[in-house]
Design a protein around this ligand. Sequence first.
Ligand code: COA
Ligand code: ZN
Length: 316
Amino acid sequence: MNDVPNEVIRIQEVGMRDGLQSAGQFVETADKIRLLNQLSQTGLSKIEVTSFVSPKAVPLLADAENVLNAIERASGVTYSALIPNIRGLERALAVDLDEVNVVMSVSNAHNMANLRMTCEDSLNQFREICANRGSLKVNGTLATAFGCPFVGKVEPSSVLDWAKRYVDVGIDSLTLADTVGTATPHQIFDVCKQVLDAFPRTEVTLHLHNTRGLGIANALAGIDAGVRHLDASIGGIGGCPYAPGATGNVCTEDLVHALIFDGYSCDVDLDALVNIAGQLEDLLSDPLPGLVRHAGSKLTTHPMSDDLRCRLGLPA
Ligand code: COA
Ligand code: ZN
């Protein structure tokens, strides 16, 4: 096996947005603030704090302003919020924020279901958002970039087309999202490679869902293709409320564990993440999907029972 280069991979937390937008219940504002303040201290490079969408569409994030006005910022962390339209930008400009994450789907069917507008209408909104962003950075997310829950296959050529149109309206960075976890590692490698080759000056993030158990394999395939920014969600929560079958993002602590022990550097405090995931689970009614929190790290050992030691003739 080849040596793994000690590459730095940036981990971007989306659980407080992607996860809590579809949680089984409303997480109290004070609890969101407490968890976000702790996440800020773990070494994550970006935190998507919330979204400025219609509170009727996503009632679980209706407290977006209250959360953003109360959290403590840590230096070195980019604070971001998802917006779907100009109204979202107006709200984002009224709080202390570094970046807005505009989102539309490569699949028109999913865009209609999620945002109630065509992809063309979304892009027109984003053109206006980029022109009026002030000092905000704009990240552009292409949802359903690897498959759509309504039409199935999404062609890489469509991803490239929409990525070009995003870049042309003035986004600063691009996210490719596997919204319903249909991607496979070779597909991820292929699409990421094509996008990175076509837009060498654009920072590209992979946003993966673990719906079919391929989240971490897909993350590693993206890294092989040259991606250095990965979204992940604490405890593995997440899922688009307007995408049938959507489940959680790749789990932050599981991803960090995989990367650290595979020789990458993420500069993230794994123990602190595990602790925060435990606090989050106490707030939610369902168990979290993350695995490392239960299994411990790969260096975890277990004492032999006295009975076994006795049967093996080992000293007690
Ligand atoms: N923030 C707050 N309210 C907003 C808003 C925003 N960004 N955009 C629209 N609204 C309000 C309007 O003011 C209007 O309010 P009213 O009924 O009290 O008059 C209402 O929402 C409907 O506005 P309209 O422009 O007709 O929107 P719509 O019903 O066509 O829905 C979206 C479009 C984009 C606003 C809505 O589908 C949405 O917010 N989707 C987000 C879905 C999501 O977050 N998915 C997961 C992340 S990918
Ligand atoms: Zn997502």
